[in-house]
Ligand binder design. Sequence first.
Ligand code: NAP
Ligand code: ZN
Length: 349
Amino acid sequence: MTIHAYGAHAGDQPLVPLQITRRAPGADDVQIDIAFCGICHSDLHQVRAEWAGTQFPCVPGHEIVGRVTAKGAHVAAFEVGDLVGVGCIVDSCQHCEDCDQGLENYCDGMIGTYNFPTPDAPGHTLGGYSQQIVVHQRYVLRIRHPQAQLAAVAPLLCAGITTWSPLRHWNIGPGKKVGIVGIGGLGHMGIKLAHALGAHVVAFTTSESKREAARQLGADEVVVTGNPDELAAHRKSFDLILNTVAAPHDLDALLILLKRDACMTLVGAPASPHPSPNVFNLITKRRTLAGSMIGGIAETQEMLDFCAEHNIVSDIELIAAEQINQSYERMLKGDVKYRFVIDNATLAP
Ligand code: NAP
Ligand code: ZN
């Protein structure tokens, strides 16, 4: 089927309206009419070829929500009309240790929602800035939020799970002190989720203007990172720091805020490397510097259900498709509270 989409023909060109094709649903497939798609900073990194290996035309988008419009003969878990989501993963090998443990995100054969090899035209996957998508049932998530919240649920499919997975892996809950660095799409979800899990949450921002807003999101304290005294007040006190910053920066200023044996996890994926941290800031307190990538399908469903139960959604600004390029520029300036979401009905000319 031919559908409308938005994407780029080259890394130095803006996104433009495109027509793409989707396969007919196979026996294990779910066909979804996309209602809304969030704009992740990863979309910008990839479509502008800031990361290696961008395939063009590139149609980004991995924060997808919509309704099932058709399903294959083997699909029992979903019915036509169901509200569903698709995140960053549309396939994996399905038989390695990672897949068996529900961590498809770490499968060497993981197929991302865009820019990964596929037998479908044009030979690489095309994402959610499009009217429709066809996905193997294993990678389709059930949405239990009310339909009225659907647009604000979209960012949970990447920003939500990318912050949820490390918070759960490092056992964040009551009695734990967590720092969330960078209050953008990921960071604002990290604050909400860590707060809902019962932790003491400290938000780190470069933006004085976000100080009050961070508290409203659930932060118990806010540090503006340009103020050395505010940073110093938290030395050796954190159980976990979750760093979502999309640009290279000084990691040492944050590492020294960790307790003995505590960890800073990087989820931000800047196009160029961070300056190397001073090894003494690791060895003197047996600290760990770690990384984490999105999350598996089972934990994504767990996060969605937790959010439905606790009435957690993203704070969004809904845009029309023609505003995508302008939204990218605003995202780079930190001028979004806190996630742009595309109304995919506006993709039709
Ligand atoms: P975003 O909405 O642009 O937020 C990033 C935030 O980082 C900004 O709001 C800003 O927060 C802070 N920041 C930006 N430039 C900075 C700088 N030069 N120095 C210090 N702070 C800066 O981006 P996002 O969508 O949350 O994504 C964040 C990063 O995570 C991106 O690199 C993205 O590719 C990556 N990502 C990784 C995964 C994964 O699986 N690991 C998944 C999704 C996204 P303040 O104004 O509060 O300082
Ligand atoms: Zn993302």
